[in-house]
Design a binder for this molecule. Structure first.
Ligand SMILES: NC(=O)c1ccc[n+]([C@@H]2O[C@H](COP(=O)([O-])OP(=O)(O)OC[C@H]3O[C@@H](n4cnc5c(N)ncnc54)[C@H](O)[C@@H]3O)[C@@H](O)[C@H]2O)c1
Length: 380
């Protein structure tokens, strides 16, 4: 039997992305899969229904018909309990799942029961790179932060030598040089700013410098397991703070992207440091969703503090839905090769390292240990 894939319209407020784009749908259809896309699903990302039809996908208006007999559901935002209630029991949902912060949705998936794979939990091994949605979406988000800052600053980014005099370039500081931070550095460089970067992982220094930016260095290394940062000791924190405070107070634009997976984001800019910045300076806090890297940040808001504009944007990839959807759909296409064999058959063996690592829930059982602990009333 042909494996059918259902792609619903996203229901979350402000979500413009779609989990499938016509180009990828066409490739999946050619590989022998049936692709059903809910009418209007791609509209906000500028993929019209007709483009999916041309690619060989089916446009389905009715939700019941969309899900009936579909073995795989592809989504961007975690399925809501209502959505889970409409999905066929025993089907597979591949999506962001917001582990530990989406207990109702995950409980609903266990009860239905459906199998859920969380794109955030994908192990970051070389073989999974083409599926790494965290990276693809962080790339888009990092780019966007710089455009937001450029739109807010009263200054030009590039150095200009004109008949009206010489304009000094803007000084841009990027805190956190992971995927998003590196993209922000590259984008600010392209706009002509003088760029500095900082990360607790010393290994990031080489990448920052290779983009033509200066790396702020502490004489410590805080690389933890899997390439992620570990928590700093109190002495290390004091040293980091002195160095970062000085750099922040001298910058025209600061973009913060520092995160520690599964924890509240580290505070890198205290309120008193914002007060030391020049009026007209801009902070874009990409960690707003996980508590913020700046004390003045309010998630989803534009705050003015001592003349400094502090932005705490949410869901940045959704602001560039055409390309973020394309990249996400390609991540999913790659992930699907682990679920559907070359013979077109769906696997029920999830022992592959990537499948096992991203498996959130199956057969009524929550597999992600921190979420499971929370559901049982404990700590993650
Ligand atoms: N092997 C792979 O396939 C693969 C894929 C993607 C990313 N990675 C690696 O994973 C790592 C994390 O990437 P990410 O973009 O998802 O990170 P992230 O979004 O979890 O965090 C962003 C950055 O913030 C930094 N950070 C944390 N605390 C900080 C602090 N107090 N001060 C300054 N910076 C701080 C982190 O070190 C990280 O570089 C990177 O090394 C990246 O190269 C590997």
């Amino acid at each position: 039997m042909t494996v059918a894939i259902a792609v619903p319209r996203e229901v979350a407020t402000g979500e413009k992305r779609v989990a499938m784009v016509p180009e990828v749908a066409g490739r999946l259809v050619k590989s022998g899969l049936e692709v059903r896309v809910q009418a209007g699903a791609g509209e906000q990302a500028f993929y019209p229904d007709a483009a999916y039809t041309t690619a060989g996908a089916k446009i389905v208006a009715d939700t019941a018909a969309l899900y009936s007999g579909a073995s795989i559901v592809l989504k961007v935002q975690p399925p809501t309990p209502e959505e889970v209630g409409r999905i066929d029991p025993r089907s597979i949902v591949v999506s962001y799942m917001n582990p530990t912060r989406n207990l109702d949705g995950i409980r609903a998936m266990a009860a239905r029961p459906v199998t859920g794979f969380a794109m955030e939990l994908l192990p970051r091994i070389t073989r999974a790179q083409s599926m790494d949605a965290l990276s693809s979406q962080a790339t888009v988000a990092g780019y966007r932060t710089v455009l937001l800052a450029a739109g807010e600053t009263p200054r030009l980014f590039p150095m200009l030598t004109t008949a009206a005099g010489t304009i000094r370039p803007a000084k841009v500081l990027i805190l956190g040089a992971g995927v998003a931070g590196l993209m922000a550095i590259a984008t600010a460089k392209r706009l002509g700013a003088i760029v500095e970067g900082y990360d607790v992982r010393r290994a990031a220094g080489e990448q920052v410098r290779s983009l033509g930016a200066k790396f702020l260095e502490l004489p410590i290394n805080a690389e933890g397991t899997g390439g992620y940062a570990r928590e700093l000791t109190p002495e290390e924190k004091a040293m980091e703070k002195a160095m970062v405070d000085k750099a922040v107070s001298e910058a025209d634009v600061v973009i913060t992207t520092a995160n520690i997976p599964g924890r509240k984001a580290p505070v890198l800019i205290a309120k008193d440091v914002v007060a030391k910045m020049r009026p007209g300076s801009v902070i874009v806090d990409m960690a707003a969703e996980s508590g913020g890297n700046c004390e003045a940040t309010r998630a989803g808001e534009r705050v003015i503090d001592h003349g400094v504009v502090v932005l705490g944007p949410l869901n940045l990839p959704s602001a560039l839905p055409y390309h973020s959807s394309e990249m996400y759909a390609k991540n999913l296409q790659s992930f699907l090769t682990l679920l559907v064999g070359k013979d077109g058959k769906l696997t029920d063996n999830f022992s592959d390292e990537i499948l096992a690592g991203s498996l959130m829930v199956t057969g009524g059982e929550v597999k992600h240990a921190p979420t499971k602990a929370l559901l049982a009333g404990g700590k993650p």
